[in-house]
Design a binder for this molecule. Structure first.
Ligand code: NAD
Length: 332
């Protein structure tokens, strides 16, 4: 099979390419940058800006399957600070990628969406009901990032209906693991907490955004990749959740990281920082029906691998405690 993975320089795309190559596929990776922490395993790596239609045509030329992961995105701080540029960038990328896949006659097309499409009004308490796929409409998604993901889902479904493209639409719920951004402003909460814990002396305090009682479910990268491949094989063309349904608070997450690190730390809660919705969990009923499987790696297990990797990177780079690794990098 000839496969293209967009977002190949990013966290999930890089892991996906490793898995596809290990299964013997020919893979083209596409991104505006190469992976940060190790060399790509792609057979061919195209540096291209997918906001341009020509680049999307190059990306999809002579390809059977498209895994479209490229997106301008980051953690809650980044997506809250960049509504206009992020929405514009991703709308261009997603619209051009679909049209290019049609022109290039790709066999299958998988789009990676997000739990940020779900309405805020269903996520305003900690002890939330898990979100089912049909809950996304009527819409009230996350400002910017959630709206453009929801729009791209709809557009993907229109291409399926009108042009017969064999589509998949996967809604990720907080994917984490080694080889993801852990500094610079694009990191997400598990990696950010791993970094803060790794850099703190035992007994010291670390900053936690909000009161830490906001809840989420977190899915380890190996489970995410397994789920992606199974969903591609499933033939299911509509949106489907991919995440765990193990709901934990951010304070629980901090405790899991401290336990992986063998440190006792105090939490300094900063209530002025963005926190996203109050609670969010994945309902995996449809996932189990469609692929007969759901993510199973526990937060303790996944966080241990992730913490060891982040701590190793920080030690390798000899980062000093005074260095502001969390500083926001605003890319317009
Ligand atoms: N990681 C998560 O928890 C999570 C949750 C929900 C949805 N998602 C979605 O999954 C996909 C992959 O996420 P990730 O965590 O690997 O993110 P990532 O930021 O690590 O990877 C995205 C990649 O897209 C690339 N990109 C951005 N703009 C581009 C452009 N104009 N042209 C070409 N490449 C461009 C970036 O350079 C980056 O390498 C994204 O679509 C994201 O929205 C991820």
């Amino acid at each position: 099979m000839r496969i293209v993975v967009t977002g190949a320089g990013g966290f999930i795309g890089h892991h996906l390419i490793k898995r596809l190559r290990s299964e013997g596929h020919w893979v083209r990776g596409v991104d505006i940058k190469r992976p940060e922490f190790e060399a790509s395993r792609a057979d061919e790596f195209l540096i291209a800006d997918l906001r341009h239609f020509k680049s999307c045509l190059q990306a999809t030329a002579d390809i059977d399957d498209v895994y479209h992961l490229a997106a301008d995105m980051g953690g809650i701080g980044y997506i809250s600070a960049n509504h206009a540029s992020l929405t514009r960038n991703n709308t261009l990328i997603n619209s051009h990628m679909l049209e290019a896949a049609k022109v290039s006659k790709a066999r299958r097309y998988l789009y990676t969406s997000s739990a940020c499409v779900y309405p805020a009004f269903l996520q305003d308490i900690e002890d939330v009901s898990p979100l089912k796929e049909e809950d996304a409409i009527p819409a009230d998604p996350e400002k910017g990032y959630g709206w453009e993901k929801l729009f791209a889902e709809q557009l993907t479904m229109y291409y399926h209906e009108e042009h017969g493209i064999d589509t998949r639409i996967v809604r990720f719920h907080n994917i984490y693991g080694p080889l993801g951004a852990y500094q610079g402003g694009k990191e997400k909460v598990p990696a950010a907490i791993c970094r803060k814990v790794a850099m703190a002396a035992d007994g010291a305090g670390i900053e936690v955004w909000g009161d830490g009682e906001q809840t989420r479910s977190f899915c380890y990268i190996d489970d995410c990749i397994e789920g992606l491949l199974r969903i591609m094989e499933s033939g299911y063309t509509k949106p489907i959740n991919l995440g765990t349904d193990e709901l934990i608070t951010i304070n629980d997450l901090v405790d899991a990281v401290c336990s992986a690190a063998g440190k006792h730390l105090l939490r300094d809660h900063d209530l002025t920082k963005p926190q996203g919705v109050r609670g969010r969990n994945s309902d995996n009923t449809l996932l189990k029906e469609v692929i007969g499987w759901q993510p199973a790696i526990t937060i303790q297990e996944g966080i241990k691998y992730t913490y060891d990797w982040v701590a190793g990177e920080i030690a390798r780079r000899k980062v000093t405690a005074g260095e502001d690794l969390g500083a926001m990098r605003l890319e317009k």
